[in-house]
Design a protein around this ligand. Structure first.
Ligand SMILES: [Zn+2]
Length: 140
């Protein structure tokens, strides 16, 4: 997609601080980092969201992300990292070209866990929820 910021980065048409280029994936530094070394890993091919990606492409993207995350953590001397996807507008997605965030974590950085992303405690019984979600596996 010619108007897509991340397609332009993947095709080398827009400057970015690239740190890794694979056959199907590219990793570069986020221009508004949460912590030093905050990295984005994207598929070269345009998919607006993770949900649009074929399973095989998702696998390749996560393999690349896991490898990149280890290298970033080591290079930055970070204590750990969070890896996450803002999938869809309500989840905070801003650029609609699927991407994985790798956020290196440092002792005393003041951040939280993935559980701090939202606080909407469910009122439904967990088993009822599990039953409802299991049905999504059989109906597709
Ligand atoms: Zn794109």
């Amino acid at each position: 997609m010619s108007g897509c910021l991340f397609c332009q980065i993947a095709q080398g048409q827009r400057p970015a601080h690239n740190i890794f280029e694979g056959e199907g994936t590219v990793a570069f530094l986020d221009i508004l980092p949460c912590t030093p070394g905050h990295t984005l890993v994207i598929p070269r091919h345009h998919y607006a969201t993770l949900s649009e990606m074929p399973a095989e492409e998702v696998g390749k993207l996560f393999q690349a992300a896991a490898m990149v995350a280890e290298r970033v953590q080591a290079a930055m001397g970070a204590a750990g990292f969070n890896m996450g996807i803002n999938n869809g507008k309500e989840a905070g997605q801003e650029v609609f070209h699927a991407h994985i965030h790798i956020i290196p974590r440092y002792q005393g950085d003041g951040g939280g866990s993935m559980k701090s992303v939202a606080r909407m405690s469910g009122k439904e019984d967990l088993e009822q929820l599990a039953t409802k979600i299991r049905q999504a596996f059989t109906s597709s």
